[in-house]
Design a protein around this ligand. Structure first.
Ligand code: ATP
Length: 660
């Protein structure tokens, strides 16, 4: 196919705004750190909120300063000076009111900025997530998006709306207090500062090596968690095989190890940490400075009245110390959160084309190669598909079979563009799937996979997702065709029952709702993953009937793990180690005596055939297609590769370019 795509990497990463429209790519040398990039759109307002909170903290000291000044005026050595009294009272009240107003303004500005930031980040995430390949979600994508949208944004919220403004107050309050107290009495100020320095030094000692100790703490906690999960998750196996004592011992050993480490850590740090908190506590600072003030007054070094200022304001010097530790932790959490958000915002997206709807439903896989993206730093690259050529003719059912890991699901997922091919191309009606807009692609290709997800909406809405605007009659007709209408009508509110609330559907029922959705979507091309491996025979029968209905008249690619369910397909393509090994009808392939015949015999031997154990594929019921050739003798004995009556069909794999 077109050379443009032949050299294009899978899902050519197209970098978008890394963080809320900042226009710089995180991770590049000149890019701002993710947190800076994330906050850029609201930087001015965050700065304003921070400044206002700092101002509020400083203004909050004004009443205390005024009280100290009033005391100074009333206790003046030459007798009470009532002159500045009213001015000081007014200043105290004005300071208190202004502090409240600045604090409130900071809260409003900070929260509005945070609100806009959350909205823009969530929108950016939603835009990005809508354009990443569906295959991205199969990895760790869903969890990452959930964390980015919820937990990480809440960490950034704490930073913008609370931590940064509070940090400003934490810095402004001691600075203003220090300046005022130094002006009142520098000797007493030195005493207070000595306490702060002593407390901070002890705190630093208590925290020495805390990074390594924290890592050990996390590891020990992780060991307890995994032992607990292993114990609970594997309880059935463990009990069955009589290993409960060993599993229990592993859990208690991990818990003991954690407890021992924690006790030794706290034992070594507690005395120093407690000393630090004692030195920095308000009673210690007050008692010490007041005591020192009394001594200094006795020695004639200080005015006795300055004791009042220190009694009121010295605690403000060290009160914020504990808040700083907490703020630093929150900033670290927000930085990590911003990195994760930037990671999701930088997820590779699928480039889209604008080609018109394909004119036919003929699908051509041409030299398709694909390797899953490896996690960063992981060595090597193993191809899941190594050059597959395959044509799906309109209106036919093609089954993909082969051993586990052969690449069946991968090939099917590429047609639904869960990923883009690494090399080669996939066309529908001659148009490369990469040239179609996503909406056009999904109007053309429908899929029903084993892992069915229904939204927490009404059953009708879940089915109508296949065709927005479908009438209730159309929804009900699709449900009938998908053999799920009876079950829906028995729900408390019928089609208006909400999935997960009053519509608790089993896996097989959810599967049929998905089939009804696909029926309503009425796409000319369908990708089906055999979906009946885990359901009981009755449900399997219903699902197969529904699938047969769905397959009628479309170009269908069905991934099959159990051969009997697809023995009636128009063609069966056998994949092996990422290559097309054989292709033909069930009868052709049995006659060929190759890999398919071996797989078929192996599955017969496993007795996986159930009622069809005789080897008679119930062709019409399985795929909605008539048997390949009901008149042929082998139609009655398709499992017999040695059937002498089997016509020697040409090996279609040669035409399909198999075994490249
Ligand atoms: N998300 C993924 N990331 C990395 N490698 C993957 C991923 N999914 C599948 N693979 C690998 O790609 C190869 C083909 O897997 P695929 O699921 O397509 O095989 P399959 O034939 O459908 O197997 P099964 O019958 O067991 O479902 C395997 O080696 C598998 O380990």
């Amino acid at each position: 196919m077109t050379s443009r795509h032949d050299t294009a990497p899978a899902a050519a990463p197209e970098r978008e705004t890394p963080a809320a429209g900042t226009g710089a790519a995180a991770g590049t040398p000149d890019a701002p750190a993710p947190l800076g990039a994330l906050l850029a759109p609201v930087r001015t307002r965050v700065a304003a909120a921070t400044a206002l909170q700092g101002l509020a903290g400083a203004l909050g000291l004004v009443p205390l300063i005024c009280v100290a000044e009033i005391a100074g005026a009333l206790l003046a050595p030459g007798g009470p000076d009532t002159g500045p009294l009213w001015t000081l009272v007014v200043a105290a009240v004005a300071g208190a009111v202004a502090a409240l107003a600045a604090g409130a303004a900071s809260t409003v500005v900070g929260h509005l900025a945070d609100n806009d930031l959350q909205l823009s980040v969530r929108r950016s995430l939603a835009r990005r997530v809508a354009r990443v390949p569906l295959g991205w979600f199969a990895g760790r994508g869903s969890g990452r998006v959930k964390k980015a949208l919820h937990d990480d944004i809440s960490d950034v919220h704490s930073l913008v709306a609370h931590t940064l403004p509070d940090l400003a107050a934490v810095v402004a309050v001691p600075v203003v207090a220090l300046v005022y107290l130094a002006a009142v009495d520098w000797r007493l100020t030195l005493v207070a500062v000595a306490l702060v320095i002593g407390g901070a030094a002890l705190f630093a000692r208590a925290m020495a090596g805390s990074t390594a100790k924290m890592a050990r703490y996390v590891a020990a906690m992780g060991a307890v968690n995994s032992a607990a999960v292993e114990f609970v998750d594997g309880i059935q196996v463990v009990k069955h095989f009589g290993h409960h004592r060993r599993a229990h011992q592993r859990f208690t050993a991990a818990a003991d190890d954690f407890a021992d480490f924690f006790v030794s850590w706290t034992r070594s740090t507690t005395p120093v940490a407690v000393g630090s908190f004692l030195l920095l506590s308000a009673p210690t600072v007050t008692v010490t400075t007041v005591g020192a003030g009394a001594l200094f007054a006795f020695l004639g070094w200080s005015e006795p009245v300055s004791i009042v200022a220190f009694a009121l304001l010295a605690p403000a010097l060290c009160a914020p110390m504990s808040a700083i530790g907490q703020s630093v932790q929150q900033i670290q959490a927000a930085r990590a959160a911003a990195e994760r958000v930037a990671g999701v915002l930088a997820a590779p997206v699928l480039p889209e084309g604008g080609a018109p709807a394909p004119e036919s439903a003929r699908v051509v896989f041409s030299g398709v190669r694909f390797a899953y993206p490896r996690p960063e730093g992981a060595p090597g690259e193993e191809e899941a598909l190594r050059g597959v050529d395959l044509v799906l003719e309109p209106g036919t059912v093609t089954a993909l079979v082969g051993p586990s890991g052969a690449g069946k699901s991968t090939l099917a997922a590429l047609l639904a563009r869960f990923h883009d091919v690494t090399a080669g191309s996939i066309t529908i009606g001659g148009t490369d799937v990469r040239d179609l807009a996503t909406a056009e692609l999904y109007r053309t290709v429908g899929f029903v996979f084993q892992d069915t997800r229904l939204l927490r909406e009404t059953v009708a809405a879940n089915i109508a997702m296949g065709r927005p605007g479908a009438t209730r009659e159309e929804v009900a007709a699709a449900a009938r065709a998908a053999r799920i209408a009876d079950r829906i009508e028995r729900l408390p509110r019928g089609y208006d029952s909400v999935v997960g609330e009053d519509a608790e559907l089993s896996g097989g029922e959810a599967q049929r709702v998905a089939i009804a959705r696909a029926l309503l979507a009425d796409t000319p091309v369908l990708v089906l993953d055999e979906a009946t491996a885990a359901v009981d025979p009755e449900a399997e029968e219903s699902i197969q009937d529904a699938l047969s209905e769905l397959a009628r008249g479309r170009t269908v690619l069905v991934v099959a793990h159990r051969l009997r369910t697809v023995a009636g397909a128009d063609r069966i393509a056998v994949l092996d180690a990422g290559r097309l090994a054989e292709i033909g009808t069930h009868a052709d392939l049995l006659a060929r005596g190759g890999r398919y015949a071996a797989l078929w015999r192996a599955q017969q031997g496993e007795g996986t055939d159930g009622p069809e154990g005789s080897g008679r594929p119930d062709q019409a019921a399985r795929t909605g297609h008539p048997p390949t050739d009901p008149g042929r003798p082998d139609a009655d004995r398709p499992d017999d590769p040695d059937n002498p009556d089997e016509p020697d069909t040409p090996d279609e794999s040669d035409r399909q370019g198999a075994d490249r």
